[in-house]
Each structure stands twice: as C-alpha cells, then as structure tokens.
Design a protein around this ligand. Structure first.
Ligand code: KE4
Length: 438
C-alpha cells in the first residue's frame, strides 16, 4: 500500500499559519482519527486524489452534496455554459432560481414557498426566526446529538463536528439563547410530552433531523416522528424538519415522504446545490408569507440564490428525478452495509450498521444505536483505527464515528467490493488489537 502523506503534511503546516486549525470547517481537521488532514487536488466519479497522488474511493462526497459523484459531466457542462454565456451572478432575480424552487416544490409539496440561502446553517436559523415570529413564542426544542448548523440557538448539545471535538454546547453562546433551547433525547416521546405539558404554550418550534446523520445515522423508532407531529399540532408549535442531509438523499421527497409526515417548515441544503454553497427553507404559505419582502420577518443574503449554485443544483435534481436512481443508490448502500456486517461478524467484531437511503454509519458497539447516549458508547478508538486502516487501503471515510458516510450514483460494484475487502482486513486488525489489550 505504501502511501505517503508528506505533501499534505507540508500544506497543513502552511495552512495552520493562516487558518484556525488549518481548515475552514472543524471536522475536516481529522482530530478524531489521529491523522493530519489530506489536501485534495481533484475528484472524478467515486474517486478523490490527494496532493501526494494517492487515490481513494470517496464516501464523504463533500459531506453529502455529490450524490451524482464528482465532476458529473452534466453539472460541469451546465456550469461552464452559464459562466461562458451569463457570468457568475447579478444580485438580481434569475430564471434558474424559480426553476429550482419549482422542482423542490414538486418533490416536497409541503414547501409551498421556498427561500434560497447560502448554507444549511442559514436555512435553520431563518426557519427558527420565522417560526418564532409566526407563533409569537421564544422557546425551541431540539434533540441531543442533532446538528442544525452553528448558529447560537441550536449549538446546544449538538452533533457533528461539535460532538467530534467535544464541545457539544459551544462557548460563546449567550446563556439567554441556551435558556430558550430545550433538549430531549431523540426517540423519546415521553420526554417531549413532559416538556410540552409543562411549557407547551411557550414553545415556538420543534426542530429535528427526521433521520439524524450527525451523531452517526440513527433511525426514528416507529411512532416517534408521528408523535412529534401530533404534539406540535396540539400545542400550536411549528414542526421543522431539518432535511439538509436527508433531502434528496434517501428518496425524491425526503424523509417526510418516506414517513408520510407533513412538517410545517423544511430546511434543505447540500444536494440542492450540486456541490456549490446553498441552503433553503420553506413550508406552509401562511408561515412563509411572513418572510420579507412579503412580510415583516427580515432575512437576506448577497449570494442567496446564486445562479451558479442554482444551476448545479437544478441539474443534480434533474438527474435524480430519472427513473431508477434511488433504487440504484439504495441497493448499493444495502450491498455495502451487508458486506460490512458480514466482514465484522467474520472478525468477531461487534458493530452496528445503521443506514437510511444512501447514508450509513458503522458504529463500533454491540448495542443498538438509537440516540445520542448510545452513540457515545461506541468505541471511538476502534473507529480511529478503522479510518486509518481504510485510508491505507484507498478508502476515504467520514473522519469521525459521529458522522454519516454517503454512497453516490458513481460508486461501482467494484468500488463496493474493494471497500468490503478493505474492511475485512481492517476489522481483523482491530480485533487483534483489542485481543492483545485484554
Ligand atoms: P451547513 O451550514 O454546514 O451548510 O449546514 C449545517 C447543517 C444543518 N443541518 C444538517 C442536518 C447538517 O448535516 C448540516 C451540516 N452537516 C455537516 C456534516 N455533518 C457539515 C460538515 C461540516 O460541518 O463541515
């Protein structure tokens, strides 16, 4: 295998001089996996190449957006054409913004009006603001281990990078914000009912990743999401589905289609930008009509609806709308998940493979992972070794136990077979390592 990461190390040392932690988003620093980050020079299809010339099968996909794979010819061609014929953006309405809003509305009928922003964080932050305006209430209920971006109201017992670097509730968040954010355990309706019976009239919104990916992938237990819908309706609170990760990831209409739940507001991101900066929030007309300039709730953005991001997103969704795409994505994911389960069983290694659509997480634990606490019980040392071993075998996984891996339409059967073969080796090494420690 003989991989060297020397050039990445040099670039990382240089980056550290100018950028906090050498990266522009914490999870990219590889803190949880005992390795300096790799500097990437290109991607093509299911593959990444780093500055040292190493090639990897990529399961991060820019953290979800690249469901078609890297450098899809239709996405690149459409961007090249727009740049050549139109430019980079105008700070004025363009037709492509309406086209993307229309296709989103077709896939997510609950999103009667859609506003584009530049990130998932902006989407959830804006959705909270309009929910507070609509209800005249202040408190928000979220779930431990769910991550909704880095704005103050929701950076409380958050998942994703906050969990990875161990500050699930970040310094710098004013106590007043934290006081207005209530957290419950995901999948625990009893807790939610208890909170609402105490202060239901003060709660503006419940925000939830319907299928969390930011503590690793965790599935909602039967009745949980339905219960949230019933309780929020009973108390007049806004139900916000954060589908930044699940939107267009698992099926054409997102988790709300799979579970047949109509949220009041939905947040999207990642895939709808085809790899360019994007976010969106939208929902019931009577709520979204509060958003400026239609209504008094102010929200704005210089590059919101940027036509390049809209173009990449539109082409990506057009490809996803083609017959058979989700069958292929989900079949690939189930093949991979089953292969990993069998490899771990052969090695005598207890793992939990949680998957939803084309996102999955291999938890190093023998107990089912159904919420934040059970996710935290996973063996992060084992995950660190897994990550490093897979990297040496040419497989680029999410650099944290508390993240999702993503399968794309570009992953071939050979990619999946090679990944499973690499995991067989890695699991044996981990088992031997654990055995030697006893
Ligand atoms: P962004 O602001 O990073 O575009 O989106 C925030 C966000 C909101 N909601 C959900 C469900 C999300 O998963 C995210 C962002 N996801 C992480 C990956 N776990 C982005 C990776 C990163 O932070 O670098």
């Amino acid at each position: 295998m003989g991989k060297t990461f020397e050039k990445s190390r040099q670039l990382y040392t240089e980056a550290l001089q100018y950028i906090p932690g050498g990266v522009n988003s914490p999870v990219r620093a590889f803190k949880a996996v005992g390795q300096h980050p790799l500097f990437i020079v290109s991607g093509l299809g299911s593959r990444l190449q780093d500055v040292d010339g190493n090639e990897y099968i990529d399961y991060v996909g820019s953290w979800g957006p690249l469901i078609l794979g890297h450098r899809h010819p239709r996405v690149i061609g459409a961007l090249q054409q727009y740049l050549a014929e139109a430019g980079t953006g105008f700070g004025a309405p363009t037709r492509v913004e309406t086209e993307l809003a229309r296709i989103i509305n077709r896939a997510f009928p609950s999103m009667e009006l859609v506003r584009m922003v530049n990130s998932g964080t902006e989407a959830t932050m804006s959705a909270l603001r309009v929910a507070r305006a609509y209800t005249g209430r202040q408190k928000i209920l979220k779930f431990k281990g769910c991550y909704h971006g880095h704005h103050d109201s929701l950076l409380i017992e958050a998942g994703s990078g906050a969990l990875t670097i161990g500050v699930p509730s970040s310094p710098g968040v004013p106590a007043s914000f934290a006081a207005d954010t209530i957290t419950c355990d995901f999948n625990d309706l009893r807790q939610v009912r208890a909170v609402f019976s105490q202060m239901g009239q003060e709660i503006a919104a419940v925000i939830v990743e319907p299928v969390p990916g930011n503590m690793g992938v965790v599935l909602p237990q039967p009745g949980f999401l339905e219960g949230l819908r019933e309780i929020t309706r009973q108390f007049g609170a806004v139900l916000i589905f954060d589908e930044v990760m699940t939107g267009f990831r698992c099926t054409w209409g997102g988790a709300q289609h799979i579970y047949n739940i109509e949220p009041d507001l939905t947040c999207l991101g990642k895939i709808i930008g085809g790899g360019l900066p994007v976010g969106a929030y939208g929902g019931k007309r009577q709520i979204m009509e509060l958003v400026a300039p239609l209504g008094p709730v102010y929200q704005a953005g210089t590059l919101a609806g940027n036509p390049l991001a809209m173009t990449a997103g539109l082409v990506t969704l057009q490809e996803l709308e083609k017959p058979g795409t989700y069958e292929k994505l989900n079949h690939s994911t189930q093949t991979l998940a089953q292969g990993l389960r069998e490899a771990a069983a052969e090695a005598g290694l207890p793992v939990q493979l949680n998957s939803f659509g084309s996102m999955l997480t291999c938890f190093f634990t023998g107990e089912k992972v159904v919420n934040y606490q059970s996710a935290l019980n996973a063996d992060t040392r084992a995950y660190k070794h897994y990550f490093q071993a897979m990297l040496l075998h040419g497989v680029y996984l999410a650099p944290s136990q508390f993240e999702a891996c993503f399968v794309s339409l570009a992953h071939s059967q050979e990619d999946l077979d090679d990944t499973i073969a690499a995991a067989q080796e890695a699991f044996r090494e981990i088992r031997a390592m654990q055995g030697s420690k006893r």
